[in-house]
Every structure is written in structure tokens, then in C-alpha cells.
Design a protein around this ligand. Structure first.
Ligand code: AQP
Length: 373
């Protein structure tokens, strides 16, 4: 596509330049129902969905709640891109062999949890070089001060002996990941809220300095389970890389391990199954987990276990998690046993992602005044 829009040209021309993807900003009214099948805007453009997941560490039930299940749901709503963000995985010291394996592991898990390769574009970040280029260009409109205020950076900086520059700058890479696809919605967990805000700020600053270029994306969080906590440390988010292993329910944990982890989950000394994250963080976390895997509301769970004590409740939470994980694990093993097929799907995904991101990257260069061959 020939780049011809110039700074200050009418929005229509820029819309044309980006293949009809730009709209001025996030305007909930602009779209029809965001929950319908194949949602389109008033001009008939499909809604764009983008999210990313790191291929480092073992995926857990928190990733299922804020990530996988939301991906499978949102792919129904428009044109979806799901990115295995391997460039993000090197922000902390890592094992190259684990990264290699982890990339195919997470690919298999994305399909096992319901992504349809005919519907969604699943690809690896480093296969699409536009991501690294976009990050550099966007770093010029990202404030050093705002990056320093990112909670995840501050936590890492306090914990790690060696704090890489990449830990500091990776939210800019994340902004590029999202903005390159003219993304409308980003299904994420609560821990990514601050990074999404930064993405929006970066996009707005670029748009106002250089002309409308990016859609301003909206985050989508699950109604419950947006921040699943470690079962042993209810004040700490369940994570691939941190927190007690015995409090992290992995997607590939066998049933007996799930049962043991849930049974030994930290709770308070009371007996009532009541949702109160401040007073009863452990029980509230388990209530949320039960809503995630059953689809029931918090009120349903409270009513069901009114007066029944923690024993039966914990046992039912474990059973419900096992029931969701077992079929995923069967599908996962089938998919993971065929690495050639996974690579084929990733190759197809990368080709599509390259084609879709290229016009945005070209527009960014053009807007910033770079001469292009
Ligand atoms: N505990 C969680 N509850 C709900 N959603 C979560 N997500 C992560 N943890 C929870 C969401 O899962 C998606 C992928 O996130 P990720 O790849 O960053 O996973 P992670 O477990 O957070 O991995 P790390 O390596 O441990 O990273 P840090 O140190 O950043 O936490 C995202 O949508 C995320 O919100």
C-alpha cells in the first residue's frame, strides 16, 4: 500500500491509508454491541482484538482466568490477534532452551484452550519484526517518568539483583504490540491495567503530535478473576515466575496436585464462605476461582455454601477446576506432540500478522519524517 497521508491531512485520508482501521478514539457508542458475534462498527469494519502472553514459565489458572478464557471468548467478536510475546520473555535472565520449548508449549495451550486457527491469528512476536521497530519509534513519545512509575518495574527492580534496561522499557514494546494492529479491545488481567493506560497515553501523544495514526484501545477485564491470587499468599498475584509453587495451580497439574493445592490453600480461621477480599482474602480468592471455572456468580456461590464450612467448599472448588482442566490437558498433549503442525500454524499466523501490521508501521515512519526506500 502506498503511503500518502501527511500530517494535517483530513482523517478520511488516514483512514484510507490504514485500510479503514483508524477511528479517532475509543468511543463505546461507535461500535454496536461489543458482545455480539462478529461485532462491527457503523462502517462495517470488524472489531480488532489483540492480546499477548509470555512463553516463559508454566501457565497457571490465573492465566486461564485473565488470558486464555477471555481470548477464546473475544475471538468470536471480530478479527483477533494473539501474540506469544517472546521478546518480553528476555527482560529477566532466562534459559534459551526453556524459551524455545516454552514458545511451542504456549502455542499448544492457546489452541487447547479454544483458539480456532481459522478464526484467530496466533503468532510469535519475534517473527514479526515490526514489533521491535515500533517499540523504538514509540519510545520517543513515551515518558521516562511514566515508565519509572510502572508497578511491575518497581517490583522487579526491588527484587532482582540485575535490573535490565528491558524490564524498564518493555511496556513500550507492549504498546507497539497493541497499536500496530489498530486494536479496539485488549482482553487482559488486572495486572496489565497500568500498561494498557500507558499504551493509550503513548498513542494519544503520537496522534496529537504527528496526526491521527492509532486507534486508542480499550482494555477488557473479566467480571471476576481479573487478579487470581496465589493460594498460599493471598496478597500476591498468582504468576508464572513468582510466589509459592504450592499456591500456583498450573494448567497441566494432574488432578491430585490440584486437589492438594486447593485443600491446603490459606484461609482465615472462620467458617463462613463469604466474599470479602479485605477481611477474607483467601476464601474470596477461592470464591472467585469457582466463579471462573463454573460461570456462577459470587452471590450464587455464597448462597450455595451458606453455613456449610470450608471443607466441602474447598473440595468442590478443586473438583470444578479439575473438570475444566482435564479436557484442556488432553487436547494440549495431542497438539504438543506435533511440533511441525504448531510451527506451520505459527508460520501462517506470522504471515498474516506481518501483512496487517505493515501499513501501520509504514504510517509511523512516514509521520515521523523518515525517508523510505
Ligand atoms: N493471577 C492472574 N490473574 C488473572 N490474570 C492473570 N494474568 C497473569 N496472571 C494473572 C493474565 O494472563 C495474561 C498473560 O500474562 P503473562 O504472560 O504476563 O503471565 P504471568 O503469569 O503474569 O507471567 P510472569 O512471567 O509471572 O509475569 P509477571 O512477572 O509480569 O507477572 C495477561 O493478560 C495477564 O494479565
Amino acid at each position: 500500500m502506498r503511503v500518502r497521508a501527511r500530517l494535517g491531512e483530513p482523517l478520511d485520508d488516514v483512514v484510507d491509508l490504514l485500510g479503514g482501521r483508524v477511528r479517532a478514539h475509543h468511543d463505546q457508542q461507535f461500535w454496536g454491541s461489543r458482545h455480539g458475534h462478529g461485532t462491527q462498527d457503523t462502517f462495517g469494519r470488524a472489531m480488532r482484538i489483540f492480546s499477548g502472553i509470555q512463553p516463559s514459565g508454566d501457565p497457571h489458572i490465573g492465566n486461564y482466568s485473565g488470558g486464555f478464557r477471555q481470548y477464546a471468548q473475544t475471538q468470536e467478536q471480530g478479527e483477533a490477534f494473539f501474540c506469544i510475546v517472546d521478546l518480553h520473555a528476555i527482560t529477566i535472565q532466562h534459559d534459551p532452551a526453556a524459551l524455545r520449548d516454552g514458545t511451542l508449549d504456549i502455542t499448544a495451550m492457546l489452541f487447547a484452550t479454544g483458539l480456532d486457527p481459522d478464526r484467530s491469528t496466533v503468532f510469535v512476536q519475534s517473527h514479526v519484526t515490526a514489533h521491535a521497530e515500533a517499540a523504538w519509534l514509540l519510545s520517543s513519545v513515551t515518558s521516562y517518568g511514566q515508565l519509572g512509575r510502572m508497578t511491575q518495574f518497581k517490583e522487579r527492580a526491588a527484587e532482582e539483583e540485575f535490573v535490565s534496561a528491558a524490564v524498564f522499557t518493555y511496556p513500550v514494546l507492549m504498546a507497539g504490540d497493541i497499536l500496530l494492529y489498530q486494536t479496539d479491545i485488549v482482553p487482559i488481567g488486572d495486572d496489565q491495567r497500568q500498561h494498557l493506560e500507558l499504551t493509550r497515553d503513548v498513542a494519544q501523544r503520537f496522534n496529537s503530535r504527528y496526526g491521527e495514526t492509532f486507534v486508542i484501545p480499550d482494555a477488557v477485564f473479566p467480571e471476576t478473576g481479573g487478579r487470581v491470587m496465589n493460594l498460599q499468599e493471598p496478597a500476591v498475584k498468582m504468576s508464572k515466575s513468582r510466589g509459592a509453587e504450592s499456591g500456583t495451580v498450573l494448567m497441566l497439574d494432574p488432578p491430585e496436585t490440584v486437589r492438594k493445592k486447593v485443600k491446603t490453600a490459606v484461609t482465615d480461621s472462620g467458617t463462613d464462605v463469604r466474599y470479602d477480599p479485605d477481611e477474607k482474602p483467601g476464601i474470596s480468592n477461592l470464591i472467585e476461582l469457582l466463579t471462573v471455572v463454573t460461570g456462577n456468580s459470587i452471590q450464587d456461590v455464597e448462597a450455595r455454601y451458606d453455613g456449610s464450612g470450608y471443607g466441602q467448599f474447598k473440595s468442590d472448588v478443586a473438583d470444578a477446576i479439575v473438570e475444566v482442566l482435564e479436557p484442556i490437558q488432553v487436547r494440549y498433549r495431542g497438539l504438543r506432540d506435533d511440533p511441525a503442525e504448531l510451527m506451520r500454524l505459527l508460520t501462517v499466523g506470522a504471515e498474516k500478522a506481518r501483512a496487517v501490521s505493515a501499513p501501520t508501521l509504514a504510517a509511523m515512519y512516514e509521520r515521523l519524517g523518515f525517508t523510505r526506500p
